[in-house]
Write a protein that binds this ligand. Sequence first.
Ligand code: F6P
Length: 354
Amino acid sequence: MSDIHCIGIATGGGDAPGLNAVIRAATKAAILKHHWKVIGIPDGFDGVIWPEKSRELTLKDVSGILPRGGTILGTTNRGNPFHYRTVENGAEVVRDISSEVIANARKLGIDAVISIGGDGSQKIAHELFEKGLNVVGVPKTIDNDLSATEITFGFDTALHTATDAIDKLHTTAESHHRVMVVEVMGRDAGWIALEAGIAGGAHIILIPEISFSLQRICDYVKEREGYGKRFTIVVVAEGVKLPPELRQLSRGGPVGNLIGDGIALTAKREVRVSVLGHIQRGGSPSPFDRILGTRFGVAAVELVAKKQFGKMVCLRNATIDAVDIADAIGKMKIVDPQGEMVRTARAVGISFGD
Ligand code: F6P
C-alpha cells in the first residue's frame, strides 16, 4: 500500500503550449488510478512560499484545459526559493527560504511535488530534492534544448507558429521583391530557426551554433537575384552570436532588427523585419504536444507511485523513460553544425551566412 496520499503540481519558468496537458494528465492519473489528492501550486515555487495561494485540483478543474495554451497554475521565471528576492525596509534582500518552502509543502499535506519546468526550474527542483522534498521533474521548453530528452512539448507548436509566419512572409516578400528577416526564439540553441527555416523554405538561416558574416548574407541575396529570385527570407534565432561588424552597431534590442539594418545598409536592398517573440509560446498546443504532455504527466505520476524521486521523465528512442534530474540539468542540446539536419538544409541551397 502506497503511503502517498497527496501530490502537488507546479509549473515554473517560461510557459509552453502543452503545460495544461501535463497538469490534466497528472491530475487525472493521480485521482482516477491512485485516489490521491492533488494540489495545484500557483506561480512556480512561489505557491509554496505563500501556501495559502495553493488550491486543490479536482477532475472538474482540469476539464476542458487540454487545448488551452499557457498554464492554469500560472508561472514565473523569477521565484527561486534559494535566492528569494524581497524588499525589506526599502532595500532589496536575497534570502534562502528553501527550508520554509519544504515545511510549507508538508503543512499542505503534500507527499511529493511534480515540478514541470525547464533547466532553471529543474535545478531548483533538484536542490529541493537534495534538501528532503520528494520531487519528480517534467521537462519543458519551446527551445527544445534539453539534452536529457529527445523532444520537449511546446516545441512542435512553436515550430508550427514560426513556419506559418515564414509562409506568410514568403508571399509578401515575393510581391515586393524584399528581404524579409524573421527573428524566432532560441536563446542558446537554433532548433526553432533551423527546423522552421527548413519547413518554411527559408533561404538563409542564422543560428547560435554557426558563425556568420554580414557580407556572406548580402552576397547570397545578390546570388539569388542572379537567377531571378528578387526576394530572400532570412530566419534568425534570437541567440545568434553577432559578427564584429554588427556588434559595433548594436544598441540592444532584437538582433533581427540589427541584422535587417545591416543588410539594408550593405546590400542596399529593401528589408523588413518581423520579430515573432512570445507569439511562439502562446496558442493551442498541437496534437503532438498534447500527446507528449499527456504521456509525460502520466509517467510523472507513475514515478511518484514508485517513489522514484529526484527523477525526471523524458523521451528516448520515442519511448517514455526517466533520468536523474542531477544528470539532466545544465546539459544543453545544441544544433550540430556538421549534423544531418544542417547538411540537409545546405543540400537544398539554404545558406547559414558562413
Ligand atoms: O526558454 C524559452 C524562451 O522562449 C527563450 O527562447 C526566450 O529567450 C525566453 O524564453 C524568453 O523568456 P521570458 O520573456 O519569459 O523571460
